[in-house]
Design a protein around this ligand. Structure first.
Ligand code: 13P
Length: 335
């Protein structure tokens, strides 16, 4: 077993998942604005440190994706954040893309940037304790999108990123996110997501990536958020598994879904249903941002010194998702 494969399995085995706490300062400011807390480095750290010190971490959260600011911060008792994570048996990860920008040649679509200087940044993050990384490509569905250009450009960037990350002995999370926004059908989502993922693996293979040391972070197959033809959870699960089965090479050890704007319960329920029908060898777990943090953030914002209360809310969501990643969740457990 390769070193990279061991890391990927450590992050995702036994129902463990990933806490995506890598919101950029701009995104975190939006999240904090929404609960009327000033977005200062101290407040951003305080919320994140509260989650990272929760009792569910060692049992549920195999890895945390950090943002550049956080990986360099210290806790209130002067511990480096990566050391805090290691002490609860969770592997530190880091977002390394620098964001999605307008794609020249198709200005209503985006291509993710961040390759310039990446090799040196990766070395620095490795020294700080990171053992896996994340890069997100983003695609929207309309009549004409994603275009071949967007599908190709983002897959190429993801593969160049993954090659540099593996060269530096870290596991790349490859995240091609087909957005929920729009009124497209679940069939459209299935078709476009399949095309996007297949292209990503075509490029990953061309760039000689060790697929046993990759984690795929895809969207689930859903109808658009404004579609009148929503599908139920059983259909989401069936289509999602079918899509991954036909697009992802069997060497890949695991898939960690993004929540993408689904509610907390929906994200958990769909993950559970996916695991009840999963007939592949892929581990199917979670790498949630909003779906793990939303309720905890709301609770924390009411009284930021109520660490225990905030952790209780977070622990519940972490445990529910870890049960769902094993197909052992049920609605009654939410009460
Ligand atoms: P959400 O689960 O909130 O979609 O965030 C996951 C993520 O990391 C997006 O890049």
């Amino acid at each position: 077993m390769s070193e990279l494969n061991t890391i990927a399995l450590k992050v995702l085995s036994n129902g463990k998942g990933i806490l995506a706490a890598d919101e950029s300062t701009a995104t975190m400011t939006k999240r904090l604005d929404s609960v009327s807390v000033p977005s200062t480095p101290e407040n951003r750290l305080s919320f994140r440190e509260t989650l990272f010190s929760s009792s569910s971490m060692s049992e549920c959260i195999g890895g945390v994706i950090l943002y550049d600011e956080t990986i360099k911060q210290q806790t209130s008792n002067k511990k480096n954040i990566p050391d805090l994570l290691q002490s609860v048996n969770s592997i530190p990860g880091i977002k390394v893309d620098t964001g999605a920008k307008s794609l020249a040649g198709s200005p209503n679509e985006k291509v993710t940037e961040g390759l310039d200087g990446l090799r040196d940044r990766l070395k620095e993050y490795y020294k700080l304790g990171a053992r896996f990384t994340k890069w997100r490509g983003v695609y929207n569905i309309t009549k004409d999108h994603p275009s071949k250009l967007a599908v190709h450009s983002n897959a190429h960037a993801l593969a160049r990123y993954a090659a540099l990350v593996q060269e530096c002995n870290m596991v790349p999370i490859v995240e091609p996110e087909v957005l929920m926004d729009g009124n497209h059908s679940a069939e459209d989502c299935f078709k476009k997501t399949s095309e996007v993922i297949k292209k990503c693996f075509e490029e990953l293979i061309l760039h000689k990536i060790d697929l046993t040391g990759v984690i795929l972070k895809p969207n689930m197959i859903l109808a658009g958020s404004e579609s009148d033809n929503k599908i139920n959870g059983d259909e989401v699960a069936k289509l999602t598994v079918e899509c991954l089965k036909s697009s992802v090479p069997s060497e890949v050890p695991g898939v960690a879904f993004l929540s993408g704007g689904q509610s907390e319960i929906e994200s958990t329920e769909n993950l559970n249903l996916i695991n009840t029908v999963n007939d592949t060898n892929f581990i199917m777990s979670y790498s949630y941002g909003r779906a793990l943090q939303q309720s905890a953030l709301k609770h924390w914002a009411k009284n930021i010194s109520d660490i225990e209360g905030t952790q209780k809310v977070f622990n519940h969501r972490a445990k529910m998702n870890t049960l769902a990643a094993q197909g052992k969740w049920s609605k009654e457990l939410e009460n």
